[in-house]
Design a binder for this molecule. Structure first.
Ligand code: FES
Ligand code: FES
Length: 153
């Protein structure tokens, strides 16, 4: 079941009945996508599959066959953060960070599709994502700031 993860082809050594999230966090060693609810209710596990946000907790690993998966590990690095990550840092948009990898990936997908979204469009895109720290307002402002700065996410 080969697929492309952050630009590199991989064939994870995992049961074909496993979820994509289990493959990412297990054999592929990518701990950015998080396990929250396991039931498509929190968004902590969201990654991009061929550019679209999906719940990796409830997606079989076989659904990624031959496709392109993107996780927060492919978005930026500590030395070269993605503009979204810079805006989140500047506005301190988050506390514990548990929700942020899913939110960053959903935001990146939004800005690719709609480079200058309205506040309502940001809120709609992030609606499936829970932030238990209550940082939602700062998160929305950070996405808008990244958009203002002209992110080609
Ligand atoms: S862990 Fe996937 S939506 Fe909550
Ligand atoms: S920053 Fe803690 S859950 Fe969002």
């Amino acid at each position: 079941m080969p697929f492309i993860i952050n630009g590199t082809e991989v064939t994870p050594d995992i049961d074909p009945d496993a979820t994509l999230l289990a493959a990412l966090r297990g054999p592929l060693g990518l701990s950015g996508p998080r396990f929250g609810c396991g039931a498509e209710q929190c968004g902590a596990c969201v990654v991009l599959l061929d550019g679209a946000p999906i719940f990796a907790c409830n997606t079989p690993v076989t659904a990624a066959n031959g496709k392109r998966v993107e996780t927060v590990e492919g978005l930026g690095t500590p030395d070269a953060p993605h503009p979204l990550q810079r805006a989140f840092l500047e506005l301190q948009a988050g506390q514990c960070g548990y929700c942020l990898s899913g939110i960053l990936m959903a935001s990146a997908a939004l800005l690719r599709r709609v480079p200058r979204p309205t506040e309502a469009q940001v809120k709609e895109a992030l609606d499936p994502h829970l932030c238990r720290c209550g940082a939602q307002n700062r998160i929305v402002r950070a996405v808008l700031r990244a958009a203002e700065q002209g992110v080609a996410a």
